[in-house]
Design a protein around this ligand. Structure first.
Ligand code: ADP
Ligand code: ZN
Ligand code: ZN
Length: 720
């Protein structure tokens, strides 16, 4: 008999421990097993499986409970490599989550324990049979085609020989068999060769290659040639027979990155992101596991792929908040990447023009090796103009497009150059306020104002997605006097642009225009073909785009983000302004940028205008120190999410009273209601993260309170 210890799939924190079972057959660590649990069945992950001579009775006497037999082993070979197993348990400690949630976060949907019933897809393949058959000349041609290929998918054969494929099967000339469906290779357009490096790039390469440090921060201006460095380092790793992981924030928004990697490395590339369906993810997972994929470009979850021999990890735009998972386990991709880099003894390159404050602070302390690339490859940095919208409105200008920005757009249109306009809000108006009672229409499920979307004639909640037809009467007082409209979004901006420039061709990119699959790619490709003069949209157009014909970028309401009370709001505003600036003047002509803001003297605006990251860093660090915020301190947010306010407050207060140590416990704070869920939070703030974590873990292990609805976020990125 074997004695198996396994983690059971169950969301309750109290069950975060292994359970013992007996089995007749061996099961690998990390394989899934189906076991009796409570009154039903559950799926578990094997932690260990050892031979035992003890009988069930002896075990019962020794352990104090009767050990049941597993129902069956689901995976013959484990889907989790020993490395990933260790990583999951490390993540559990780091993020204070359950082990099972960490295993789940790692695996593609099809093989998560919960979806064990989902089928892996198989595909029909054919190869020559042993038998001989009489064939027509055309059938013989098809037969020889199969012979030459060795084995090919039946689907492909039918496409090529629609009239003969079936006949060959009927005549027993070919055998049909099933194979697990494998991922298609990424189509390669044209191969590109490495550039000869600029002096600055060469220096950066030499620094990286000449050092034994494990983690590097490549702080390079947009267009300084960071991507080329990634590609050349990747090439060297591949030559040594190793695998390469390139992490990007969002695939749809960085199509050019994929094209460049594909053009350099061809079919050895795998792409992994949340837009793939479960089957596609599974296929890519397999490709990485069996070594068919040598280079992976992927988003956050790609950091868990089962690489066997990594030679390089790149994390592009390392400051991007999409690298942090909001759900449990709320891990940061950067931490996982660094852990894996250590495991594989490979270098980790964090790249950004605007590194996160935490990363830059670590680089200054030599925890990461700092490498700076100040200059753009081709051109000078764009010239920035700050327009004070207060002045503009005082002079009677439009509150949407200032006179200066309009003038500059006009010049581009005449010269047949392209323009990007960024406004980080979608919809037509951001609020509707009753003319009678003055109430703003809010979402019935959230404590937030609903935006008006004129094209659809609807109002929408941007937090939960709830929407309805724009009401004619006020839901609060019943008045039919109508509504005042406040604030504006991309839809309104687009209308304004058309009103100002007759015949201008625009493309709009925001969550409303990109809900369909591939719509991002279509819009971006269309803009690339110059089918529009102006691309306008939300922050999704601020990232990695590289269009040589764009010579002007306008940021509308550029300092809107400063209104948020979150301690990182200056940082995100600065990032947005800098990234937007990086889209301008990437070709032959020099670029220009206009920031339309209400607070032109704010250091986030001023430093962005001078493309001066270091000054921003110094200013922002003063602010963080004064408020004792990260990176001067560490935070752990404990949030109770519930449908009932009383329950949430009560549990939060209880937690607060039971956790103590050499750190501050702040709260209970009630946050805005989202999707009918109220949220009560306490915040731990202190200098010693280890101690804070231990205190929380100790509390979880020893409390007799049911912790239903508790969400833990170690190092939260926002406190909204
Ligand atoms: P970043 O990733 O820092 O934004 P890129 O790697 O995209 O910068 O480089 C900016 C532009 O310069 C790209 O169009 C790229 O093809 C080009 N480029 C990069 N390195 C070189 C080089 N050594 N010689 C010539 N062109 C280069
Ligand atoms: Zn009213
Ligand atoms: Zn809502």
């Amino acid at each position: 008999m074997k004695l198996i210890q396994c983690w059971i799939e169950h969301p309750i924190r109290k069950l975060d421990q292994t359970f013992a079972y007996l089995s007749d057959v061996q099961a690998e660590q990390g394989a899934r097993v189906e076991v009796p649990f409570g009154h039903g069945r559950a799926v578990g992950f094997v932690e260990s499986c050892i031979d035992t001579d003890e009988t069930a009775e002896q075990l019962k006497a020794r352990l104090g409970f009767s050990v049941k037999k597993i129902i069956r082993v689901l995976d013959e070979s484990s889907l989790i490599t020993p490395e990933l197993h260790d990583l999951a348990l490390w993540m559990k400690e780091q993020t204070l989550s359950t082990a099972i949630s960490c295993f789940q976060a790692m695996l593609p949907g099809k093989v998560k324990p919960i979806s064990s019933k989902q089928k892996i897809l198989f595909e029909k393949f054919v190869r020559l049979s042993e038998k001989t058959a009489e064939l027509t000349p055309k059938e013989l041609e098809a037969y020889l085609y199969v012979k030459q290929a060795g084995e090919i998918s039946y689907h492909d054969l039918r496409q090529k020989y629609p009239g003969q494929a079936h006949a060959l099967v009927v005549k027993n000339a070919i055998d049909v068999f099933e194979k697990e469906k494998a991922a298609q290779d990424h189509p390669v357009c044209c191969r590109s060769l490495p550039f000869a490096l600029s002096a600055q790039q060469k220096h950066a390469m030499e620094e990286i290659e000449g050092s034994d440090d494990p983690v590097y921060l490549l702080h390079g201006a947009t267009g300084s040639g960071k991507t080329e460095i990634y590609l050349q380092l990747a090439e060297k790793a591949l030559k040594k027979g190793k695998q390469v992981l390139i992490l990007v924030p969002e695939i749809a928004l960085t199509p050019q990155m994929i094209d460049r990697v594909a053009a350099r490395f061809g079919t050895a590339l795998a792409i992994y992101h949340s837009g793939l369906n479960a089957q596609q993810k599974y296929e890519q997972y397999r490709r990485v596991m069996n070594g068919k994929a040598e280079v992976v470009v992927g988003t956050r979850s790609a950091v868990f792929l089962p690489f066997h021999d990594l030679g390089l990890i790149v994390m592009d735009e390392e400051h991007d908040t999409s690298y942090k998972q909001e759900n449990q386990p709320s891990y940061h991709c950067r931490d996982v990447a660094i852990w894996r880099g250590k495991f594989h003894h490979c270098k980790v390159i964090l790249g950004s023009a605007t590194p996160s404050l935490d990363t830059y602070a670590r680089a200054l302390k030599h925890v990461y090796h700092l490498i700076v690339m100040k200059d753009r490859i081709n051109q000078s940095l764009p010239e920035v103009t700050i327009v004070s919208m207060k002045d503009s409105i005082r002079h009677g200008d439009s509150y949407i497009l200032s006179q200066q920005l309009k003038q500059k757009i006009h010049e581009r249109l005449i010269r047949n150059e392209q323009v990007i306009l960024l406004l980080n809000r979608r919809g037509y108006n951001t609020q509707l306020r009753c003319r009678r009672c003055g109430e703003v229409i809010t979402c019935p499920h959230c404590d937030l104002a609903m935006s008006y979307h004129r094209e659809e004639g609807r109002i929408k909640c941007h937090a939960c997605g709830y929407e309805m037809i724009r009401p004619k009467i006020c839901p609060k007082c019943g008045s039919s006097e109508g509504f005042l409209t406040l604030g504006f979004g991309t839809e309104r901006l687009e209308q304004e642009v058309h009103a100002c420039f007759e015949g201008v061709r625009t493309l709009r990119m925001d969550a409303d225009t990109t809900s369909r699959k591939d719509s991002h790619e279509k819009i971006l490709a269309s803009f690339g073909r110059h089918e529009a003069d102006i691309l306008l949209g939300t922050q999704m157009i601020a990232k990695g785009l590289d269009y040589p014909n764009v010579t002007l970028v306008g940021v509308i309401n550029g300092d809107d983000g400063l209104k948020h009370t979150d301690f990182r709001s200056c940082e995100t505003t600065f990032d947005l302004l800098m990234q937007a600036g990086g889209r301008s003047g990437r070709g032959e002509q020099n670029g220009e940028v206009v920031y339309q803001v209400f607070d032109p003297d704010h250091y986030a605006v001023q430093c962005a205008a001078h493309q001066d990251y270091v000054s921003f860093f110094q200013n922002e660090m003063l602010f963080r120190r004064a408020g004792q915020y990260p990176p001067y301190t560490y935070l752990i947010a404990l949030t109770v999410i519930a449908s009932d306010q009383k329950y949430a407050d009560h549990l939060a207060l209880k937690i607060k009273n039971e956790i103590s140590g050499n750190f501050k416990v702040i709260g209970v704070i009630s946050l805005l209601k989202i999707q009918d869920r109220v949220r009560s939070r306490i915040l731990l703030k202190g200098k010693n993260l280890e101690e804070m974590r231990n205190a929380v873990q100790y509390f979880i292990d020893h409390t007799d309170t049911d912790l239903k609805g508790l969400r833990i976020d170690v190092n939260p990125l926002t406190l909204d």
